[in-house]
Design a protein around this ligand. Sequence first.
Ligand code: NAD
Length: 431
Amino acid sequence: MSTTAPTAHALPSYLNPDHVGPWGIFLQQVDRVEPYLGNLARWVETLKRPKRILVVDVPIHLDDGTVRHFEGYRVQHNTSRGPGKGGVRFHQDVTLSEVMALSAWMSIKNAAVNVPYGGAKGGIRVDPKTLSRGELERMTRRYTSEIGIIIGPNKDIPAPDVNTNEQIMAWMMDTYSMNQGSTATGVVTGKPVDLGGSLGRREATGRGVYTVGVEAAKHIGLDISTARVAVQGFGNVGGVAGKLFAEAGARVVAVQDHGGTIYREAGLDVPSLLKHVQATGSVGGFDGAEVISNDKFWEVPCDILIPAALEQQITAANAGRIQARMVIEGANGPTTPEADDILHERNILVLPDVIANAGGVTVSYFEWVQDFSSFFWDEDEINARLVRIMKEAFSAVWLVAQDNKVSLRTATFIVACKRILHTRELRGLYP
Ligand code: NAD
């Protein structure tokens, strides 16, 4: 193997480090960890260039007979550790920069929990709410067919993300299978359980949030059974995390969702709140709680704050008012870099998204393994394996943070980048 470091040449414009946007943020994050990579730093350029970018035209017949074209993407950031893995997002604001960054963060997340995947992500620039069900199905199927040349159970395995769900995964699996001539359940994860999906997948991300929260609490001497918790977003991630903290004795004192913010110092009745959200769609109008302004949510007295809704919620404008001892990032990218610095200065521990919400992809990995063997595990086994992986991952990151006196976010990047670049080095360069 050559001992000379691979050199950086002029980068294509979309890889420009001065590029503002999600990809630019990822490049800055890589620059920050480079000094900690030791000899592996000579391979760091690998992380700054996605392995493969596919931009596809997705034409479909609308219900009124006209033809409309959508722009779709699939980016495989890195496949050194295994096939690409990451969701597909349908949103009107999807850009190539965003998909590139999300694919890179999947490389980091998958390596952080040590599942044998690289990182990938896909998306279509579309507001799916403007499409009928038939149009949505045709768009999904044409997109799947267009990216079919680079996805596959051994190549790259999509999953749900913003505005995509079990049904869309079922259509993707069917389209890929039709093109292959045989049923390939392992081409996507997050499928309905009746089509090779896994038990425990829906709750997995919230369970992972809870698991790393409990581990971190032990390190900072926080007793979960008396802790006060505030949750933003009470859906798949926040609702499950809130329920598990409440079951452990914690008081969920505030919840915010798109319908408003509710507060109860003595603790909300979480099972009743979940039923209310299921029936009405939001926490708004829930009896037995005080309504407070959305902005006040950020300063409620609490020990644990769980942003589990949208990106860029904790900003320079509210980070100074947060009273929690610990923030667990259930959502992807809920904390801006400036807010991250403010929380760090205020000694508030942040459990970063790349480890805190990795429970979902971990059970996706179990789904893929079960599909390959066509043998399905029970939910207890899935949850036990999930908890073990999350605890091991968190413990490795915690040690690196202590040893290097860095934040858990930087520590997670150090652990993950080292794992990725180690496999890069072992595999060497072809030819
Ligand atoms: P979800 O659709 O089930 O729930 C989203 C929640 O956010 C809802 O309660 C909604 O009311 C709330 N919300 C929406 N707009 C809001 C606003 N303006 N202010 C406050 N709350 C608002 O989604 P989810 O699956 O729980 O995902 C939440 C976040 O977690 C996303 O960032 C997602 O990317 C991330 N994530 C999800 C998973 C997963 O497995 N579901 C895995 C990793 C990361």
